[in-house]
Design a binder for this molecule. Structure first.
Ligand code: DC
Length: 227
């Protein structure tokens, strides 16, 4: 029998294959996929749209009090979850490299983390979810039954991300992307609040030489062994 709520957490740095793996695993388990990064990207996007200065805590608090973020299953033939902010679909606008960097800055703000963590916990309160992010096993769902930390070398992560962005029609300089990925990971790992790190009870998987299907198979096997 599993030890806690039927929640799977998958944390790790950007480009480690978390999203693809989390989606596939959620589909196999018939669980809901919770993309917590999309929520940080949504707040970052809305701050930019509304001209909110990140250092202005009053403006930020006002935005967080009113913002409505909805995550919906991907449209037919698409991979990414659909994201609605205040009823307006913005999904594709959140997936750029620029928005990733801004989301990283926004995610270091305690008020943002508090608000989104609460929202994520509400979504997961009855279990049966696969949550993906940086702190889902350490902070958001410390009681989760199954925790994984998915890592890979920075070079392979930059390469995968470049392919992903090219697939979406973005022009990419892979060396620049590598530098951005290294910086974003450093910021995510070194921030004082909810830093990117493996939970003590997480199983770390290095996906550098592993195909996605193999990672999913490993996780699925592990979960079934204690379901
Ligand atoms: O997974 P992603 O690239 O969509 O995440 C965007 C940023 O959001 C990432 O740089 C760090 C932040 N993030 C976070 O701090 N905590 C999470 N649980 C998920 C994402």
């Amino acid at each position: 029998m599993c030890k806690g709520l039927r929640i799977v957490t998958i944390d790790g740095p950007s480009g480690g294959g978390k999203s693809t793996v989390s989606r596939a695993l959620a589909a196999r388990l018939h669980f809901t996929y919770l993309d917590t990064g999309a929520m940080y990207r949504a707040v970052a996007y809305q701050c930019r749209e509304k001209g909110v200065e990140l250092a202005n805590s009053e403006q930020l608090a006002a935005l967080l009090q009113t913002i409505q973020i909805e995550l919906l299953p991907p449209a037919a033939g698409e991979d990414d979850v659909r994201v609605l902010i205040d009823g307006k679909e913005v999904g594709a606008l959140l997936r750029t490299q620029e928005m990733g960097l801004l989301a990283s800055q926004v995610s270091a703000l305690p008020l943002v983390r508090k608000t989104l963590t609460r929202l994520q916990q509400k979504i997961g309160e009855s279990g049966r979810i696969v949550a993906e992010g940086r702190d889902t096993g350490t902070v958001v769902f410390p009681q989760a039954a199954w925790k994984f930390f998915l890592d890979a070398s920075p070079e392979i992560r930059a390469h995968r991300r470049a392919e992903q962005l090219r697939g979406k029609g973005e022009e990419v300089d892979e060396q620049q992307l590598l530098a951005q990925i290294v910086k974003r990971d450093k910021d995510d790992r070194e921030r004082t609040i909810a830093p990117l790190k493996a939970a003590p009870d997480a199983l770390t998987i290095d996906s550098t030489g592993l195909p996605v299907e193999e990672v999913v198979r490993l996780m699925h096997e592990k979960i079934l062994a204690s379901f």
